[in-house]
Design a protein around this ligand. Structure first.
Ligand code: FAD
Length: 432
């Protein structure tokens, strides 16, 4: 059954979110545009404004809705969460104000599933309350998309694990209260059983941040190493034995626990952002005149607007289908669809950002609209959470896995062969 309706009660919540994000969160984006502002919980200027907004979200029972009922969340399925994330996508600050910002969401899921009671009390509770932030430290300077190339290692000495090696793009490490670190513990195991996951308190001696890399969508002011993505070194960092999350060699299983819903949410937030670009295109088209008529009356512009609307709607439906599969089919059934969403994210984001910037001409390439940041966000999101090609390979492999070769010289769907079959099948009726 295909049902596109939204329950009236839930629709009311979405409507509230929609106005709140436009009227409040988008204002905070303008006042505090730096990525670092979002994660620096000690930035009292921003927090003075953000804390009461977070309280309003909590009062509406819309705080950290990605959490299941066991963690105090409403247990919304992925379809509902997707619709909510679409609204949050309009604003950079909205995920922080709604308690759903990455990587804290995924890290909370890991802690909830694999942490001890003591760890949950110390880190999970303040994380879920929005009082602290965390870091997921996996990518390395020499390898990202292929974790089998990772080298940062950990070994046991008495009652401790010792972690040693480099990490790259560990977002928010400079503000994090704890880091979840992936390290090689069993180099001789099968490829996907070589690494383990560790919970590391940020104050542990030996954690060194070499620099904080900025990305192209960050504000251009200040130094290029004043960003939030840490290049770091774990210099024989010692943690207790219970810092290992999950089983020894089980890092991939732990990582998988955090990536599924998160990717869908990223994609749906992108839909919200792109819808904002389309809204701007439409307004521009009916506001500006050239060659004696409005832009909206020129067919090239009409084509751009129609293509953009179709691209966004197709992308949206693909994500909702992936979300529906997660909600309704066995665990893992949505893997291919999640990969498809991630592939499509790169393409649609580029295309829509390009058209929106272009339609705004010189204003579009200036820093005076949200479009420049959107433009710079396209390549960033195509790489983060696994580059497009990795997902293409995964989707193609899934499709090819059960394929069988054609029986003879020609494909099964060969017109002449099938015509012979059709003639045989209906011979009794064709005789006359
Ligand atoms: C904004 C942002 C935030 C991030 N935050 C974090 C974080 O908090 N923690 C963390 O650990 N990491 C983080 N990352 C890192 C991210 O996970 C990696 O960038 C990603 O996995 C790709 O790794 P890489 O950058 O090393 O690219 P590479 O692995 O070097 O890939 C570069 C290119 O090589 C090609 N390629 C790679 N693999 C294949 C393949 N199998 N087939 C064909 N072509 C291929 C693709 O064109 C790809 O784009 C973040 C990245 C970004 C952009």
């Amino acid at each position: 059954m295909i049902d596109f309706s939204i329950e009236p009660e839930f629709k009311k919540k979405l409507d509230w979110m929609n106005s709140f994000v436009r009227e409040e969160c988008e204002m905070v984006d303008l006042l505090f545009p730096r990525a670092s502002d979002m994660y620096d919980v000690k930035n009292s200027n921003a927090r003075k404004i953000v804390r009461p907004l977070q309280q309003q979200v909590k009062d509406q029972e819309l705080w950290a809705c990605h959490l299941g009922p066991n963690l105090g969340g409403p247990g919304y399925g992925q379809v509902k969460l997707a619709l909510m994330n679409e609204i949050l996508g309009r604003s950079s600050w909205a995920p922080t104000i709604f308690g759903t910002q990455a990587p804290d969401t995924g890290n909370a899921e890991i802690l909830a599933m694999f942490g001890t009671e003591e760890q949950k009390e110390k880190y999970l509770k303040p994380l879920m309350d929005g009082d602290i932030v965390s870091c997921f430290s996996m990518t390395e300077p020499q390898a990202g998309a292929d974790p089998l190339e990772f080298e940062c290692k950990a070994w046991q000495e008495g009652n401790e694990w010792v972690i040693d090696g480099y990490k790259w793009f560990s977002s928010n490490a400079r503000y994090a209260e704890f880091l979840i670190v992936m390290a090689v513990t069993n180099p001789d195991n099968a490829p996907h059983e070589r690494m383990s996951m560790f919970l590391v308190d940020a104050k542990t001696p030996g954690i060194e941040i070499i620099r904080n890399t900025k990305i192209m969508s960050d504000s251009p002011e200040n130094e290029i190493d004043d960003g939030i993505h840490a290049f770091m070194k774990y210099n024989q960092v010692r943690v207790p034995l219970d810092a290992m999350l999950g089983e020894q060699g089980g890092a991939f299983k732990v990582a998988q626990a955090r990536l599924g819903g998160g990717r869908i949410h990223h994609c749906m937030r992108t839909v919200g952002l792109l819808q904002r670009a389309l809204d701007m295109m439409v307004e521009r088209a009916v506001s500006r005149q050239t060659k004696g008529k409005l832009l909206s009356q020129h067919q090239f512009v009409q084509g751009m607007i129609a293509d953009t609307a179709v691209d966004i709607e197709q992308f949206r439906l693909l994500i909702l289908k992936a979300a529906w599969i997660i909600d309704n089919e066995p665990h893992g059934a949505a893997r291919t669809h999640i990969g498809m969403c991630k592939i499509q994210l790169g393409k649609v984001f580029y295309e829509v950002a390009k058209r929106a910037v272009h339609l705004h001409g010189s204003l579009g390439v200036s820093l005076e609209t949200p479009l420049a940041k959107m433009w710079a966000g396209a390549p960033t999101l195509a790489v983060a959470d696994g580059p497009t090609e990795v997902h293409q390979v995964q989707v193609a492999k899934a499709l090819l896995k059960n394929a069988t070769p054609a029986p003879g010289f020609f494909p099964t769907d060969h017109n002449l062969t099938r015509l012979e079959q059709a003639k045989k099948k209906f011979a009794h009726l064709l005789e006359d």
